[in-house]
Design a protein around this ligand. Structure first.
Ligand code: HEC
Ligand code: HEC
Ligand code: HEC
Ligand code: HEC
Ligand code: HEC
Ligand code: HEC
Ligand code: HEC
Length: 453
C-alpha cells in the first residue's frame, strides 16, 4: 500500500476494506487502481491509480453526511460521472444511458433511478457495506452505481476498457468484471418450484471472482424476496403494458414480480439465467448465433442500453420500456401484419425475442424449415400460423411469460385476449409428442385442440 492510501484510511478513520488494499488486494488489480489504466483526476498531486483521485482530505468524512460522504470529492453518481462522462478514452460514457429521455414515471421504467428516491429524502439511502434486506426496501429502496459496482475492485477483462461479460455459451451467465467486488446473493438451497426465497436459503457474499460469480446475484439483492419488494407495480403502458403482473382476473396466474422466484431452476421452465434451461432439446436451427439451446444468460443480455445507442453497456438505462435492449410488444396489435415488415416481407422487426430466437422460425416461416419448432402439427408450424398467417396481431406475451413459470415452455396465457374455463396455465397441457389447449381466443374455440408432431 502506498502512502496516499494509508493517508485515506487514516483520514476516513475506517478499517481499510480488504478490496481497497493496494498491492495484494483487489484494488491493485482493478481498473481504477492500476498504475497503467487507473484513475487520474489530479495528476499533479497523485500518481495514476491512487486513492486520492477520489478521496480528498477536505471533503466530508462522515458516512452519514448528506454531502460528500466518505471524504469523496463529490456525492454519489456525481463522483463517477466526473470521469465517466465520455471524455476519457478508456471507459464508455456512463451518463448517457441515465440522462436520456424518455424519463421514468411511477409505472414506466427506462432506467435505474440513480438520481432519485421513491420515498424518503435525497440523496439516496445507500450506505457502503449495507447488507440487511431492509436496506433495499420501503423508504430505503434505492439504487446507486455503487450498489452494482465496487469502485475499489471493478476490473477489465485484461483489455483496458473492456469490462462487460462474454455473451452466449454455457458460461454466458457469468458476470462481467465490471461487477467484481460487489456484494451479491448466494443461494445455498433453492426453494421448491414456484416458491419465493426464504431467509434461510440465502446469504450475502462479496463477489470477488468473476469466473465463479453471476450477474443475477447482484440483481437479486433488490429484485427478489431477499428484500421486501415495493407494493406498487411497475407495469408499463401502451403496447408495453405487462398486465399479467397486476391482472385482477381470478383465473390469471400472475407473472412473478419476484424475479428470484421466476428464475428458480426448480421451476418447469425459465430463461436460463441461474442455470441451464429445462428445454435443452430445443431445435438447434431455431437460434440466432451466438445463442444456442445450451446457452446461459445474463439479465443484461435483455436489460441493457438500447440497441445501437451510445454510452456504457449494462442495465443502466434504455430508450425502451422495462429497461430492455429492444422493444417487446406485450399488447396485441397489428404489427406482424404491417406491410412494411409483416407476413409478406421478411424483415426482422428488431423485437427483443428475435435477438436470440429466429424470426423466420416464429413469425415468417417461408424461409425456414417448419420443423425448427416443436409447436407444430406434423410439419404445420403453429408458431407462424398464430402470428404470421391466421392471427397476425398475436404477440409472444399472449402465450408466454418471460422470466420463468412453474409450467412447461413458459406458457401462461394473457386473459385479456384468451378465455379459459380453468386457469391461464392449466388451459395448456404438455405431453411428450405435442400438447393441447382448452380455450377460446378471438372467437376461435379450442375445446380442446391438440397438436401432435
Ligand atoms: C478519477 C476518474 C474516475 C472516477 C472518479 C471513476 N472512474 Fe471508473 N474508470 C476510470 C477509468 C480511467 C477507467 C478505465 C480503466 C480501464 O481501462 O480498465 C474506469 C473504469 C471503470 C469501470 C470498468 C472497469 C474497468 O477496469 O474497465 C467501471 C465499472 C467503473 N469505472 C465504474 C465507476 C464507478 C461506479 C465510479 C464511481 C463510484 C467510478 N467508476 C469513478 C476513471 C474513473
Ligand atoms: C474510483 C474512485 C475511488 C478510488 C480510486 C478509491 N475509492 Fe474508496 N470509495 C469510493 C466510493 C465511491 C466510496 C463509497 C462507496 C459506497 O458508497 O458504497 C468509497 C468508500 C471508501 C471507504 C469507506 C467505505 C468502505 O467501503 O468501507 C474507504 C475506507 C475507502 N473508500 C478507502 C479507499 C482507499 C484506501 C483507496 C485506495 C487504495 C480508495 N478508497 C480508492 C471511491 C473510490
Ligand atoms: C443495476 C446495476 C447497475 C447500476 C445501478 C450501474 N451499473 Fe454500470 N454496469 C452494470 C452491469 C451489469 C454492467 C456490465 C454489463 C455487461 O456485462 O454486459 C455495467 C457496466 C458498466 C460500465 C462498463 C460499460 C462498457 O460499455 O464497457 C461502466 C463504465 C459502468 N457500468 C459505470 C456505471 C456508473 C458510473 C453507474 C452510475 C451512474 C453505474 N454503472 C450504475 C450494472 C449497473
Ligand atoms: C430473455 C430476456 C430477459 C432476461 C434474461 C431477463 N429479463 Fe427481465 N424482463 C424481460 C422482459 C421482456 C420484461 C418485460 C415484460 C414482462 O414483465 O413480462 C422484463 C421485465 C423485468 C422487470 C419488471 C417486471 C417484473 O417482472 O417485475 C424486472 C424488475 C426485471 N425484468 C428484472 C430482471 C432481472 C433482475 C433479470 C436477471 C436476474 C432479468 N430481468 C432477466 C426480459 C428478460
Ligand atoms: C440496490 C437495488 C437494486 C439493484 C442491485 C438492482 N436494481 Fe433494478 N431496480 C431497482 C429500483 C429501485 C428500480 C425501480 C423500480 C423498483 O423500485 O422496483 C429498478 C428497476 C429495474 C428494472 C425496470 C423494471 C420495470 O418495471 O420496468 C429492471 C429491468 C431492473 N431494475 C433490472 C435490474 C438488473 C438486471 C439488475 C442487476 C444487474 C438490477 N436491476 C439490480 C433497484 C435495484
Ligand atoms: C438473450 C437471448 C434470448 C432472448 C433475448 C430471448 N430468449 Fe428465449 N431462450 C433463450 C435460450 C438460450 C433458451 C433455451 C432455454 C432452455 O434450454 O430451456 C430460450 C428458451 C425460450 C423458451 C422455451 C422455454 C422452455 O422451457 O421450453 C421460450 C418459450 C422463449 N425462450 C421465449 C422467449 C420470448 C417470448 C422472448 C422475447 C420476449 C425470448 N425468449 C427472448 C434465449 C433468449
Ligand atoms: C398461440 C400461442 C403461442 C404464441 C403466440 C407463441 N408461442 Fe411459443 N410456444 C407455444 C407452445 C404451445 C410451445 C410449446 C411447444 C412444445 O414443445 O410442444 C411454444 C414453444 C416455444 C419455444 C420453445 C422452442 C420451440 O420452438 O418449440 C420458443 C423458443 C418459443 N415458443 C418462442 C416464442 C416466441 C419468440 C413467440 C413470439 C414471436 C412465441 N413463442 C409465441 C405457444 C405460443
Amino acid at each position: 500500500m502506498n502512502s496516499g492510501c494509508v493517508g485515506v484510511a487514516l483520514l476516513l478513520g475506517a478499517a481499510l476494506p480488504s478490496q481497497a488494499q493496494g498491492g495484494g488486494g483487489l484494488f491493485g488489480t482493478s481498473g481504477h487502481g492500476s498504475t497503467q489504466t487507473g484513475v487520474n483526476r489530479m495528476s499533479a498531486l497523485y500518481g495514476r491509480g491512487e486513492c486520492g483521485h477520489c478521496h480528498e482530505q477536505h471533503a466530508g468524512q462522515d458516512a452519514d453526511t448528506t454531502l460528500y460522504p466518505y471524504a469523496l470529492f463529490g456525492s454519489e453518481e456525481n463522483v463517477c460521472w466526473a470521469c465517466h462522462n465520455g471524455s476519457t478514452t478508456y471507459a464508455a460514457d456512463a451518463r448517457l444511458p441515465f440522462s436520456s429521455t424518455p424519463v421514468n414515471t411511477t409505472t414506466d421504467y427506462y432506467k435505474h433511478p440513480v438520481s432519485q428516491l421513491f420515498s424518503g429524502t435525497t440523496p439516496s439511502a445507500h450506505r457502503a457495506g449495507e447488507s440487511a434486506p431492509t436496506s433495499f426496501s420501503g423508504g430505503k429502496r434505492h439504487v446507486e452505481c455503487t450498489d452494482c459496482h465496487d469502485p475499489h475492485a471493478s476490473a477489465n477483462t485484461g483489455t483496458p476498457g473492456v469490462s462487460v461479460h462474454q455473451p452466449g455459451g454455457t458460461t454466458g451467465n457469468r458476470m462481467g468484471p465490471a461487477l467484481r467486488g460487489t456484494m451479491g446473493i448466494k443461494v445455498t438451497a433453492w426453494q421448491s418450484a414456484g416458491s419465493p426465497f426464504s431467509s434461510a436459503a440465502y446469504s450475502l457474499v462479496r463477489l470477488t471472482d468473476p469466473t465463479t460469480s453471476y450477474e443475477w446475484q447482484v440483481c437479486f439483492k433488490c429484485h427478489s424476496s431477499f428484500t421486501t419488494l415495493p407494493t406498487f407495480a411497475a407495469v408499463g403502458s401502451g403496447n408495453y403494458l405487462a398486465n399479467k403482473l397486476t391482472s385482477t382476473n381470478a383465473r390469471q396466474i400472475k407473472e412473478y414480480q419476484d424475479v428470484g422466484q421466476a428464475l428458480n431452476p426448480n421451476n418447469l421452465s425459465y430463461h436460463p439465467v441461474t442455470a441451464q434451461g429445462q428445454n435443452t432439446a430445443m431445435i438447434a436451427g431455431s437460434f440466432v448465433s451466438p445463442w444456442s439451446r445450451t446457452s446461459t444468460l445474463c439479465c443484461s443480455d435483455c436489460h441493457t442500453k438500447g440497441v445501437g445507442s451510445a454510452g456504457a453497456a449494462g442495465p443502466h438505462g434504455s430508450s425502451y420500456m422495462h429497461l430492455l435492449e429492444r422493444p417487446y410488444y406485450l399488447r396485441e396489435n397489428t404489427h406482424y401484419r404491417d406491410n412494411s415488415w409483416g407476413r409478406n416481407i421478411g424483415q426482422d422487426p428488431n423485437e427483443l425475442c428475435f435477438k436470440c430466437h429466429r424470426w423466420q422460425t416464429y413469425v415468417q416461416k417461408q424461409s425456414d424449415p417448419s420443423t425448427n419448432t416443436w409447436f407444430r402439427k406434423g410439419t404445420d408450424n403453429l408458431h407462424t400460423k398464430h402470428m404470421g398467417d391466421d392471427a397476425p396481431g398475436t404477440t409472444c406475451y399472449t402465450c408466454h411469460d418471460i422470466h420463468g413459470t412453474n409450467k412447461q415452455h413458459l406458457i401462461n396465457f394473457n386473459l385479456d385476449y384468451v378465455t379459459v374455463t380453468v386457469n391461464s396455465q392449466a388451459a395448456y397441457t404438455h405431453n411428450s409428442n405435442g400438447g393441447s389447449c382448452s380455450l377460446t381466443c378471438h372467437g376461435k374455440q379450442h375445446n380442446p385442440i391438440a397438436y401432435t408432431r
